[in-house]
Design a protein around this ligand. Structure first.
Ligand SMILES: [Zn+2]
Length: 247
């Protein structure tokens, strides 16, 4: 009764947690202390968020724990505050189509369809494609991790505007903005010149996408990021903790 009054203890059973550690390369590659922190964060995630599979997709307890662990990877240093402001995780079986529209400077309406592996709505749901999550797991050092990408958008939106930066203390914020802007501009210049880039050129879409894409590299190809953008890698190590050792 007392326990009920105080609320259910937030914990994850050993079996699904062990499964997550064994099947998720980024979790397997964390230090034991980081794994312990991640387990507590994932328990809180499962308590706070409703996970809804769509279509004929079903998700058992082990799959839900996997998703919670993946989404909490970017919160190892940031902490529980990174879960603020939204409550729904929606899982499509495959990549999903969305309608886009844009009115250009001449007032002409453009409409098109995008196929997405994930999406994060401002104060709304976080959406992932289960097939793309599985593809990331199968190739963990590829530079792709859609769950981390979308969670970076959620961190970005915490200070009310998606601008390519999570909320940070003042001095760090200024250094972050300076270094991110410099590397973003350099990447855009290379893309505009038709040159090859080491970081996926989707990062040149906007400062928000830049932050989300380099966050994927922090977890799945940290060496590439460190070589291509050492100052950005440094900021992300401070924000996310040391990247996992992938083996
Ligand atoms: Zn994005």
């Amino acid at each position: 009764m007392l326990r009920w009054l105080r609320g259910q203890p937030l914990s994850i059973e050993d079996a699904p947690w062990q499964h997550a550690c064994e099947t998720l390369p980024w979790v397997r590659g964390l230090t034991p202390a980081q794994q312990l922190t991640l387990r507590a964060l994932a328990a809180r995630f499962l308590h706070q968020k409703t996970i809804t599979p769509l279509g004929d997709l079903t998700l058992d307890e082990a799959a839900r724990v996997q998703l919670a662990a993946l989404c909490c990877l970017p919160l190892l240093e940031f902490g529980i505050g990174g879960l603020r402001g939204w409550s729904q995780l929606i899982i499509y079986p495959e990549a999903f189509r969305v309608q886009r529209s844009h009115v250009d400077a001449a007032g002409v309406l453009h409409e098109w369809e995008d196929e997405l592996a994930g999406e994060a709505w401002d104060s709304g749901p976080l959406i992932l494609s289960w097939a793309d999550v599985q593809a990331d797991i199968a190739d963990p050092a590829s530079g792709f991790c859609v769950a981390v990408h979308e969670m970076a958008h959620k961190l970005d939106a915490l200070n009310g505007q998606a601008d390519g930066s999570p909320p940070l203390p003042g001095a760090w914020q200024r250094a972050w903005t300076r270094d991110f802007q410099q590397h973003y501009d350099a990447l855009c210049a290379r893309v505009d010149a038709g040159k090859r880039t080491r970081i996926d050129d989707y990062a040149a879409e906007s400062p928000e996408e830049f932050f989300a894409v380099v966050s994927e590299y922090h977890f799945s190809a940290p060496q590439v990021l460190r070589e291509a953008m050492p100052e950005v890698a440094e900021h992300l190590t401070k924000l996310y903790g040391a990247p996992p050792t992938l083996f």
